[in-house]
Design a protein around this ligand. Structure first.
Ligand code: CP
Length: 300
């Protein structure tokens, strides 16, 4: 169980291995239709999405519905006092004053979630924070790997594409250390971090031959000053049927979404038996339901 002091989930460095195992065992229970012993009636959870989201927002909402927790939603600026100039931080502090049982927050780098978690009463669950991290995405990815390959330990996860701007990759660097899987990177030099300490493959073919899990990332062209040719990118780094011939028949194909189909991953690849993209989304509900349960269990 998460202790009262560290119920916030801001990054994965501070989540102990036994707590990750506990979350995965809860997710197994939910997947097996065994209800979690929890009554959420009368509780609220604030879902503050200052940036766009489909999967994370709706899976947290689904998780709330399944636990009987009422979700208080804020989606972007429209209709909120952010339109009148109220800051993100003041918005969080004011919603926290309504005493929700937890605050789920998606935001850019301009908010300091770590500092904010010291100022609020309710635990903060990071739902994607700038380029810093997206812990529940990495957790649901690892849960998906464990489900299909039996264990996370010893797996070889190749992350392909725009790693430099990816909060998902940042969280995998943290989680890999806890769960014992190896992460390697592949992509154009300008898409990779200058020094991540990870193995780098310059050839996608060699990377795919090495990998037991191949994970494509969205090309975040809006963040690049230099316009990269999408046709060149697809040919060299795209998950096309042709390129994926180098990947083992037992390996997994993953993508956190949203996908630029025809750039980092071709539409036909979504029908490849190795592709787990929609199962990742289903597992996102299990992980977020388990996280909310673990956050609230024992709360008076
Ligand atoms: N993977 C992910 O975070 O997707 P959304 O941005 O749609 O939530």
């Amino acid at each position: 169980m998460l202790s009262r002091q560290n119920k916030s989930l801001i990054d994965l460095n501070s989540l102990e291995k036994n707590k990750i195992d506990f979350l995965f065992s809860l997710a197994d229970q939910v997947a097996a239709n065994k209800s979690l012993d929890f009554e959420g009636f009368g509780k609220t959870g604030a879902l503050l999405f200052f940036e766009a989201s489909t999967r994370t927002r709706m899976s947290f909402e689904t998780a709330c519905a399944r636990l009987g927790v009422y979700p208080l939603r804020l989606d972007g600026k429209a209709g909120s006092s952010l339109e009148k100039g109220e800051t993100f931080e003041d918005t969080v502090l004011n919603v926290d004053a309504m005493k929700p049982s937890f605050l789920v927050i998606r935001c850019g780098d301009e908010l300091d979630l770590k500092a904010l978690s010291e100022k609020v009463q309710s635990p903060i669950l990071n739902a994607g924070w700038g380029k810093k991290g997206h812990p529940t995405q990495a957790l649901l990815d690892a849960y998906t790997i464990r489900k299909h390959l039996g264990v996370c330990e010893g797996q070889k996860v190749l992350i392909v594409g725009d790693v430099r701007h990816s909060r998902v990759a940042a969280s995998h660097f943290e989680l890999a250390k806890k769960l014992g899987y190896e992460v390697a990177l592949c992509g154009p030099t300008e898409f990779l971090p200058e020094s991540s300490g990870q193995k780098v493959f310059t050839s996608l073919r060699e990377g795919l031959q090495w990998a037991s899990v191949a994970m494509a990332l969205r090309v975040q062209l809006e963040r690049h000053s230099h316009q990269y040719s999408l046709a060149d990118y697809r040919k060299q780094y795209g998950f096309t049927q042709e390129n994926l011939k180098s990947l083992s028949s037992k390996a997994l194909i993953m993508h956190p979404g949203p996908i630029n189909q025809g750039t980092e991953l071709d539409t036909e690849v979504l029908r490849d038996s190795r592709c787990q993209v929609l199962d990742q989304v289903s597992n996102g509900v299990l992980i977020r339901q388990s996280l909310i349960y673990a956050t609230l269990a024992g709360e008076k």
